[in-house]
Write a protein that binds this ligand. Structure first.
Ligand SMILES: *[C@@H]1O[C@H](CO)[C@@H](O)[C@H](O)[C@H]1NC(C)=O
Ligand SMILES: *[C@@H]1O[C@H](CO)[C@@H](O)[C@H](O)[C@H]1NC(C)=O
Ligand SMILES: *[C@@H]1O[C@H](CO)[C@@H](O)[C@H](O)[C@H]1NC(C)=O
Ligand SMILES: *[C@@H]1O[C@H](CO)[C@@H](O)[C@H](O)[C@H]1NC(C)=O
Ligand SMILES: *[C@@H]1O[C@H](CO)[C@@H](O)[C@H](O)[C@H]1NC(C)=O
Ligand SMILES: *[C@@H]1O[C@H](CO)[C@@H](O)[C@H](O)[C@H]1NC(C)=O
Ligand SMILES: *[C@@H]1O[C@H](CO)[C@@H](O)[C@H](O)[C@H]1NC(C)=O
Ligand SMILES: *[C@@H]1O[C@H](CO)[C@@H](O)[C@H](O)[C@H]1NC(C)=O
Ligand SMILES: *[C@@H]1O[C@H](CO)[C@@H](O)[C@H](O)[C@H]1NC(C)=O
Ligand SMILES: *[C@@H]1O[C@H](CO)[C@@H](O)[C@H](O)[C@H]1NC(C)=O
Length: 470
């Protein structure tokens, strides 16, 4: 008979022999567990994060993941409550993590995962799998296209011009150099009502694996590249075809394959909606919406290369004229306000000009959407007689969602009074050209207190047209 000590040693050795060592700061993918429980040895670190993501549909019998930071001990459900034993709760999203001190090599034990692919990430720099609070953003939709943006990153660092060499950016703006190593983002889009989506784990690996089946998963390499839409930072930009008309979609952004944002919704337009999405205009960086450009193919959208030249010339010449007028002021020396500068005026004016010159096509929300919400600022437009003469006539009448009055107020506040820039007063005529009362209350001079507090929400409602300022 073997001595007790040797027996213990032998058992330990068997556990160790079966146990795959998980390397630090790496992601491991398992097509399924080989044993039940399957055990993995964890590396030593004073601050170790072990994160887990399920990569396929939840089964009725959910896999469970236990961590012990005690050597040669395989934790299980019966050990919960004991010291050094922890369960990684996967929650509804199919993703979870444990972070703590791993002073000795502990064990990850995986139960009932013999039929489920999963990922394990071990890191000393926070959990590799995470749910992010940030949101992707919708530019706009058509009947079958959507323009989507990742959350922002790397905010631009513009040099502040100073007197006497006060140089304003050119009218035909060129974006600053792109960040050298942008974070990797992908986007996942699926119909909101899909039952397959309902049971899909909210994990990068599950979304990637279900592409072409539950939804579409587009990596950064399938995007239109980086875009600087506003001062919030750079974003990846995707122009996606193949959507179904009048459908509510759910979208997630996935950072580095493992970190998933909160969801957003968007609704595609009806099949008769004809305006293409206009985007990628350096002189109007915040334009990213459907506009009445005649003769354009909605499947490709309209960019700087294809926008009618009379319109681009009008916009650039108008901004250049404002720049000339502004520089009659000794910008940077003769301060007209302690808060804003000539550069602020130019950028707020640029956004205002782009938004009023390029109307945003829209549609009345379908009757099925919530009637408790305020009605958006929609207005019928006369196709043959556009308000802006630089806009070519459009072959059909269309509905526009008006710019938010705050777009005008931002330019009014940022520009010197001698320019004579004035916005209509909310209580009089503003409502005929702008969406009033959504963000700000509509009481003259009052900021905030509007009916929705926002121009558009995370769930796909749009009340007025608003763009950030670069
Ligand atoms: C196990 O983790 C807990 C929580 O982080 C920590 O307090 C404890 O010191 C750890 N024990 C060992 C042996 O690492
Ligand atoms: C594990 O390490 C941490 C930090 O180094 C320490 O605070 C803790 O007391 C240690 N736990 C055990 C059980 O040794
Ligand atoms: C694994 O599944 C079986 C049923 O198939 C169940 O009895 C058992 O409790 C599950 N294990 C864990 C750790 O939840
Ligand atoms: C003025 O500033 C611009 C842009 O910052 C720079 O390119 C130019 O060289 C400067 N000119 C002088 C005379 O400093
Ligand atoms: C704006 O500048 C770019 C080069 O930066 C040029 O290719 C483009 O033609 C200009 N656009 C217009 C409308 O002048
Ligand atoms: C992204 O994930 C890979 C492994 O999938 C990892 O090697 C890399 O460090 C991660 N990058 C960042 C910036 O987190
Ligand atoms: C800019 O100024 C020039 C010269 O005064 C004028 O001809 C042109 O029409 C102006 N452009 C716009 C868009 O107002
Ligand atoms: C639309 O424009 C045409 C052409 O200018 C004009 O004849 C018509 O009266 C306008 N209709 C409305 C409703 O303004
Ligand atoms: C647009 O509407 C106006 C007035 O309602 C009408 O006169 C005109 O014929 C319509 N134009 C088109 C292209 O449908
Ligand atoms: C889209 O669907 C979601 C979930 O059902 C809902 O909350 C949201 O209001 C819908 N969006 C619109 C614009 O109808």
């Amino acid at each position: 008979m073997l001595p007790q000590a040797l027996l213990l040693l032998l058992q330990t050795w068997i556990v160790v022999a079966d146990t795959q060592q998980l390397p630090l700061n790496q992601l491991q993918t398992f097509s399924s567990a080989t044993a039940n429980p399957a055990t993995y040895a964890l590396p030593v670190s004073p601050h170790l994060s072990v994160s887990v993501a399920l990569c396929s549909y939840k089964l009725s019998n959910s896999p469970r993941f236990f961590v012990s930071n005690k050597s040669s001990f395989v934790p299980g459900p019966d050990d919960l409550g004991k010291p050094n034993v922890y369960e990684i709760d996967l929650g509804d999203g199919g993703l979870g993590s444990w972070t703590g001190a791993m002073n000795v090599s502990g064990t990850l034990a995986v139960y009932n995962a013999t039929q489920v692919p999963f990922e394990v990430g071990v890191s000393d720099d926070g959990p590799i799998h995470q749910t992010l609070d940030s949101l992707p953003e919708v530019g706009d939709t058509t009947a079958s296209q959507v323009l989507l943006f990742s959350p922002p990153f790397s905010p631009p660092d513009f040099p502040v011009p100073t007197y006497p060499n006060y140089t304003l950016p050119p009218a035909n703006l060129s974006l600053p150099p792109e960040p050298a190593s942008p974070p990797d983002y992908s986007i996942f889009i699926a119909p909101t009502s899909s039952s397959a989506l309902a049971s899909l784990p909210r994990t990068g690996c599950a979304m990637r694996a279900s592409s072409g089946n539950v939804g579409v998963y587009e990596p950064a390499s399938a995007s239109e590249g980086l875009w600087l839409r506003d001062a919030g930072g750079w974003r990846w930009q995707w122009f996606v075809n193949g959507m179904a008309p009048q459908t509510n979609y759910t979208a997630y952004a996935v950072k580095n394959g493992t970190q998933v944002t909160a969801p957003i919704n968007f609704v595609t337009k009806s099949a008769t909606f004809s305006c293409p999405i206009v985007y990628g205009l350096p002189y109007c960086p915040s334009v990213a919406y459907a506009a009445p450009i005649p003769g354009a193919d909605p499947a490709t959208g309209v960019t700087a290369q294809t926008l009618p030249s009379e319109l681009s010339s009008y916009l650039i010449s108008n901004i250049a004229n404002l720049t000339v007028m502004l520089t009659t002021l000794a910008c940077g020396r003769d301060l007209y306000s302690p808060l804003v500068t000539c550069a602020d005026c130019l950028s707020a004016y640029r956004t205002w000009l782009c938004f009023v010159s390029l109307p945003r096509c829209a549609e009345y929300p379908s009757s099925s959407s919530s009637s408790s919400l305020p009605a958006p600022a929609l207005q019928e437009q006369n196709a043959t007689n556009p308000r802006n003469t630089a806009l070519p006539p459009y072959p059909e009448n269309y509905t526009a969602v008006l710019p938010c009055v705050e777009v005008c107020n931002a330019a009014d506040r940022a520009c010197p009074p001698f320019l004579g820039f004035r916005c209509p007063l909310p209580q009089y005529t503003a409502g005929s050209s702008y969406g009033v009362g959504f963000i700000d209350s509509g009481v003259d001079g009052q900021v905030g207190g509007g009916s929705t507090g926002t121009a558009a929400d995370q769930w796909g409602n749009v009340w007025c047209n608003y763009g950030g300022v670069l």
